[in-house]
Design a protein around this ligand. Structure first.
Ligand SMILES: *Cc1c(COP(=O)(O)O)cnc(C)c1O
Length: 395
């Protein structure tokens, strides 16, 4: 048995996206900026993709800019916003629950002299409007808040947060990293939201393509200069197949969202209930209800998350510990520390993210496998009291 439970890291490409892309990767290879028919056809496909994708998000097509993915969209939003704001507004505020694409971008800007405030989250990973308002300064250029957390799955009251910021100071730009949210839940890009990042491979589209929504009227200088593609805002020969794949995947998710969401939520509940009752000294991280439909994240006392992931892999379960990006380092995840976990607790984290293609039988298999693997990891853990069958009191 092989059970893929790492859809928040990346998702398999869906059939509608692959089918829609194939002609643009094969016989229809024209450069969308050319003048002959093959090129004009590519341009038409690109603009149709833009219209479809924008419609799924409820925004106008001319506010939707294709990029190479979520990371680029986040970099563009933050770097260009501070560039546009100029000398009088240099401060940046981000939440403590951001993906590295926002966090590390903000930290690099801080090194260049932009003051940075990281807004705390509550124990469930929620950001409160009051905490956000407290972080604002007269010189704040941009606020960036993740729509739904990749590590703990918590969905923020994003419209409320954006409104609070704009009521305080309408000149602050508000960006949201909606990479985990888009396609999976209904995203509300209200007029208070100036920019939003999405990425195709998180919702059944191809890797290497994403988009940045830029509200009309927002002056955002380009990140990439060159031939003037994407209305002069993002140069590079258009990735027609990628754009077509993104749109087809987003449309597929949007059309079936109610059905997928119901199914995935039920699978997630089975997983959460199963794990919490089968494994002693386990806890759910993130919010119990306000979370992404397919997202289940846990911490297990006296277990090393990395070891857990390796052993699960041997038994046919693909999962992750914290976020894939922090896996290369041994530092515990900044998000888990931000919700108040100790270093020991944060080290025992496991994230399982399921999709509508998973089954109940798979969830039961995953629960049993986790139970077995956690038990065996604990037997060799210096933090586990095997005699008493409980963790040492460092927890
Ligand atoms: C995956 C992810 C990104 C990065 O997207 P890429 O397309 O892989 O660059 C950014 N933000 C969040 C919340 C993500 O989950």
């Amino acid at each position: 048995m092989f059970v893929y439970c790492d859809n928040a890291a990346t998702s398999p490409i869906c059939k509608p996206a692959l089918d829609a892309m194939t002609p643009w990767l094969t016989e229809l290879y024209g450069n969308a900026s050319g003048v002959y028919k093959m090129a004009r056809d590519a341009k038409t496909a690109l603009e149709n993709a833009r219209r479809t994708a924008a419609e799924c998000l409820g925004v106008a097509p001319n506010t939707f800019y294709f990029t190479s993915g979520g990371t680029e969209s986040d970099n563009w939003a933050l770097k260009s916003a501070v560039e546009a704001a100029g000398e009088t507004r240099r401060h940046i505020a981000i939440s403590a629950g951001e993906h590295h694409a926002v966090l590390h971008t903000a930290e690099s800007l801080k090194k260049k002299g932009h003051p940075l405030t990281v807004v705390p989250v509550d124990p469930y990973g929620l950001i409160h409007p009051k905490a956000l308002l407290k972080a604002l300064r007269p010189d704040t250029a941009i606020v960036s808040v993740i729509y739904a957390g990749n590590e703990i799955g918590t969905v923020q009251p994003i419209a409320e947060l954006a409104r609070a910021v704009k009521e305080k100071d309408k000149n602050i730009l508000f960006h949201t990293d909606a990479v985990q949210a888009a396609g999976h839940i209904q995203t509300e890009l209200t007029p208070d939201i100036d920019m939003a990042s999405i990425s195709a491979h998180k919702f059944g589209g191809p890797k290497g393509v994403g988009a940045l929504y830029i509200k009309s009227g927002v002056k955002l200088p380009p990140l990439l200069h060159g031939g003037g593609h994407e209305r002069g805002r993002r140069s590079t020969t258009e990735n027609v197949a990628g754009a077509v794949g993104l749109a087809a995947a987003l449309e597929h998710m949007t059309r079936n969202r109610d059905e997928f969401s119901r199914k995935v939520t039920a699978l997630r509940e089975r997983l959460i209930e199963g794990v919490l009752s089968a494994v002693p000294y386990s806890r759910l991280t993130g919010h119990r209800e306000r979370r992404l439909p397919g997202h289940a994240s846990f911490v297990f006392a006296a277990v090393e998350g990395e070891l857990l992931v390796c052993r699960l892999d041997c038994k046919g379960v693909a999962a992750s510990s914290g976020s894939a990006c922090s896996t290369a380092s041994l530092d515990p995840s900044h998000v888990l520390l931000a919700i108040g976990l100790s270093h020991e607790e944060a080290h025992g984290s496991l994230r399982l993210t399921v999709s509508h293609t998973n089954t109940e039988e798979e969830m039961d298999f995953v629960v049993q496998t986790i139970k077995t693997v956690v038990e065996s990891c604990r037997q060799m853990s210096p933090l586990w009291n095997a005699k008493k069958g409980e963790p040492l009191n460092v927890y």
